[in-house]
Design a binder for this molecule. Structure first.
Ligand code: F6R
Length: 609
């Protein structure tokens, strides 16, 4: 939520910051702004709307500036408006701050500043409190003032700060929200995420919690909370700028849908050795460790939660260990039964989702062992986990998650199979069969993507709908949830997913002439049952888009339209079944003229409760 950027160097600060913000717009896009130090005074330009609106605002303005900060916002405190946009300044206007996160005690601090310093505020934001606080402590040394302000601030924040009187420095702090520093040839950078830096450098410092960074044109120094200098290794980013570009696709979402064969292959190959044994490089999870575990929780939010449902299926089916799955926002408050015999698995693309992170902390505090499945290297979830199982999806920019999800599914299968191999709970033949089915998925995904034009045609017929139902059985239930979420988040159609067997217990009352239902029947084991469910809703007049494996043609007798996925083992069909639903959601949203990569009210990384 929110993206921050900062630059200090020889280049044109305005240009560099605005280009950096464009790369972070996925994090929030209701307003944006920049603050530049121009010859000893701070110039701020900000407005409600997209970064394109900011660009219009500053178009033609020339700033003689080599140090500045920028922000793209997802509103928390105060509605999106020009005045609530960041950066925020103190009353004197000599300090400017950009902030990602939340200052929990901002009401208290506002009062304290009013009572003690007669401070007046322009905006409703918590961020302005930071600028005012640093302002009252500032007497010519920005580092000092930032340290003093931190003593009073409670909450989660990554901030970038500049001072009019000190054009040769920029200060940044990380506390529970992401912050990276880019090390360039002609200057240094701060950013909430790596894509904002890639145009200039692939060498970065991953900043840890409670660290304060002092940046100059030529130097970056990191300090801990006791103000001692700390060393940091340079992290070389493996992917380049092109990986974070659209590469000819109309939208990041479509590009990322098409990257799934590669992401799945990469995630598999990094974990399989030449004998198809699962390698846990960097993870020390032994048979003895597993024997100690008597409870597994998989906890996540949104799409990652849907992947967790498949994790439950995989671990229970292969390793025969009971698993509970929960959404993180519920798990944290329900006083779950956790002790040192608990394995807690956190699943998260960004590794920054606050609810997931807090659930993890709760579990850790009570002694659980923490394994995380994460896409973003070095993110908060990875730092606080005992072990990390990376999804090698590459950068996911579209707000709607696609390739992160399919790679999460692969990790779920691998974790289940690894535990099964340790426990010897499945035969070698069955293990080899599932691995061989997983290894065939990249090729099958390529083939499946060829049905995009057919799915586009279906979307063209259906995009004006007001509501859609998704039904399925077995692992298709989780895929129905995911298909429904994908559709509603980017097309704003009211969609609803339910286990097909549950229909009769209430929801079937909504079936009438022409009700649109997407019915997933990809499980051989449950195929006949699904055909009966389709028959039941057809009898009430529903219009059915069916999905089945390509050998299971009888669905054509029931469904109005059929999408086929390549034949595969029931166990792994999830990875294929979700893809047509992603494509369907994409084209429905496209025909409706929606902003696909940046759906309204959403942001890629949800760092608030
Ligand atoms: C939907 C989507 C969200 C995320 C959720 C968790 O397409 O992307 O539902 O899955 O916000 O985010 P992460 O995985 O970053 O923890």
């Amino acid at each position: 939520m929110c993206g921050i950027v900062g630059y200090i160097g020889d280049g044109n600060a305005k240009e560099i910051i605005v280009r950096g913000l464009e790369k972070l717009e996925y994090r929030g896009y209701d307003s944006s702004g920049i603050a530049l130090n121009c010859g000893g005074s701070i110039d701020v330009r900000k407005c409600k709307g997209r970064i394109a609106d900011l660009e219009k605002l500053i178009n033609g303005e020339v700033f003689d500036s080599h140090v500045g900060i920028g922000h793209t916002r997802w509103a928390t405190h105060g509605a999106p408006s020009d005045v609530n946009s960041h950066p925020h300044c103190n009353i004197k206007g000599n300090i400017a701050v950009v902030h990602n996160g939340i200052i929990e005690n901002y009401v208290e601090l506002r009062k304290w500043l009013k009572d003690n310093y007669n401070t007046t505020f322009k905006s409703e934001t918590d961020t302005e409190v930071i600028a005012q606080l640093i302002g009252v402590y500032y007497s010519g040394n920005l580092m000092d003032a930032v340290y003093k302000a931190q003593e009073k601030m409670k909450g989660a924040y990554a901030i970038g700060v500049i001072a009019a009187e000190e054009p040769e420095i920029m200060v940044a702090v990380r506390k529970n929200t992401p912050l990276v520093v880019g090390l360039g040839k002609d200057g240094n950078f701060i950013a909430s995420d790596i894509p904002a830096l890639l145009k200039h450098t692939r060498d970065v410092y991953l900043i840890e919690n409670d660290e304060t960074v002092l940046l100059t044109r030529d130097n970056v120094t990191i300090y801990n909370s006791a103000r001692e200098e700390v060393g940091r290794e340079v992290y070389r980013v493996e992917w380049d700028e092109a990986a974070a570009e659209k590469e000819g696709y109309d939208h990041f979402m479509l590009k990322e849908i098409h990257e799934q064969p590669k992401g799945v292959l990469e995630t598999l190959m990094r974990r399989l050795d030449e004998n198809d044994n699962i390698r846990l490089d960097g993870i020390s999870f032994t048979k003895e460790d597993l024997e100690k575990i008597n409870r597994v929780y998989i906890v996540a939010c949104g799409t990652a939660y849907h992947a967790s449902l498949v994790g439950k299926y995989a671990i229970e089916k292969f390793a025969k260990i009971p698993v509970e799955v929960d959404v993180a926002s519920e798990f944290r408050y329900r006083d779950p039964l956790i002790d040192e015999k608990t394995l807690f698995i956190a699943v998260s693309q960004s590794g920054e989702t606050l609810d997931t992170l807090e659930a993890l902390r709760e579990a850790k505090k009570k002694g659980a062992r923490i394994l995380s499945v994460v896409n973003v290297v070095g993110s908060s979830v990875t730092r606080e986990s005992d072990d990390v199982f990376y999804t090698w999806a590459g950068p996911e920019i579209a707000v709607a998650s696609t390739k992160a999800y399919t790679t999460q599914l692969i990790c779920m299968y691998l974790i289940g199979l690894y535990m099964a191999a340790l426990k010897e709970s499945i035969t070698e033949e069955y293990y080899s069969y599932i691995i061989s089915e997983l290894k065939k998925l990249p090729e099958k995904l390529e083939k499946l993507l060829e049905s995009e034009p057919q799915i586009e045609e279906i979307a063209k017929k259906q995009y004006k709908r007001d509501s859609v139902f998704f039904i399925g059985r077995g692992t298709d239930v989780g895929i129905s949830y995911e298909g429904s979420l994908k559709l509603k988040e980017i097309s704003y159609i009211n969609s609803f997913a339910i286990a097909a067997g549950e229909l009769k217990h209430g929801t079937i009352a909504l079936m009438e002439d022409d009700t649109l239902v997407v019915a997933l029947a990809t499980q051989d084991k449950l195929y006949e049952k699904m055909l009966s469910n389709i028959q039941e809703i057809k009898a009430r007049g529903a219009y059915v888009i069916g999905m089945a494996k390509e050998s299971n043609k009888r669905i054509e007798e029931q469904a109005n339209d059929v999408i086929y996925i390549p034949d595969c083992a029931d166990e792994v069909s999830t990875v294929l079944a979700v893809v047509p639903l992603q494509i369907l959601a994409y084209y429905v949203a496209k025909f409706r003229g929606c902003d696909i990569d940046k759906p309204k009210n959403l942001a890629k990384s949800v760092t608030v409760e």
